[in-house]
Design a protein around this ligand. Structure first.
Ligand SMILES: [Zn+2]
Length: 270
């Protein structure tokens, strides 16, 4: 009888998913990294199939995120520098981290969805963080001259060897327990990434700019400014399958309709 119980226990373990839920405390905050000064006309730049009428406008937001895993801190996307343009945030990333009692030195990883300025401009305020970025984007940043649209200046510290960088060709299991994964979702840029955070309350996917708003996400819509159409569509398909399998909440970082999917700062989701 004893033997049978042991066998049963072993077979149950074997049936568990490869990555069990993390035992470390995991929290996720949304930070305001900018507010669109006025609604954006989406027909021209945000559809390569003439999907929207010329007068359709949508408001945009700009979001950064903080993940805390045990005592380790990761920042996801860094937004514009305050005061740099009409869409820029009023409060800096470091000041918002300060409200969470996190100093820039404590930030161990900074993950970047892609190299555009609205996601990377406050990178220099996190010089001690290891940079996690898709290799395609890193190659675009370090090319001479840099690829069009790449905000290479923000990466100077890492390009010069002053900071650690890990150019990703595969998904990156950031903390080694499957709880936080930088997913390869190329297309918008060559090395575009999304972030999966498997909170206790349920999984969340931060999609970067794989889609900029609900309408494009739902219809596999591709912006006119986009690196590789087929890759973008495949990445949207991947995100939707991961979301279905994990019953994940999908958060479109630029869509103000998704701000309320996480608690209002400084509250966190757990
Ligand atoms: Zn963006």
């Amino acid at each position: 009888m004893q033997v049978h119980r042991i066998v049963l226990a072993v077979s149950l373990c074997a049936a568990m998913p490869a990555f069990a839920q993390s035992s470390a405390d995991l929290s996720l905050w949304r930070l305001d990294c900018g507010t669109g000064a006025k609604p954006v006309t989406i027909a021209e730049r945000f559809s390569d199939t003439y999907a929207y009428s010329p007068d359709k406008q949508l408001p945009f937001t700009y979001s950064c995120y903080v993940v805390k895993h045990g005592n380790d801190v990761m920042v996801w996307d860094t937004g514009f520098v305050p005061g740099s343009n009409p869409n820029a945030p009023k409060v800096s990333l470091t000041d918002q981290l300060g409200q969470l009692k996190i100093t820039p030195d404590q930030v161990k990883f900074v993950g970047i969805s892609h190299f555009h300025a609205d996601h990377t401009s406050q990178l220099p305020s996190l010089p001690n963080a290891q940079l996690l970025i898709g290799k395609g984007d890193w190659d675009g940043i370090t090319a001479k001259p840099p690829m069009g649209g790449a905000n290479a200046a923000a990466f100077t510290h890492w390009i010069s060897g002053g900071g650690k960088v890990e150019p990703l060709t595969l998904d990156k299991d950031v903390f080694g327990d499957g709880s936080v994964v930088v997913m390869r979702t190329p297309g918008h840029t060559p090395g575009h990434s999304s972030l999966l955070v498997r909170l206790k309350q349920g999984a969340v996917i931060l999609v970067g700019d794989a889609a900029h708003f609900h309408e494009n996400y739902e219809s596999n819509g591709v912006p006119a400014f986009n690196y590789d159409r087929a890759e973008t569509v495949a990445s949207l398909d991947r995100i939707k399958k991961v979301a279905a399998n994990l019953k994940a909440t999908v958060i479109i970082q630029h869509d103000p309709r998704d701000i309320g999917k996480l608690p209002a700062f400084p509250q966190a989701a757990h």
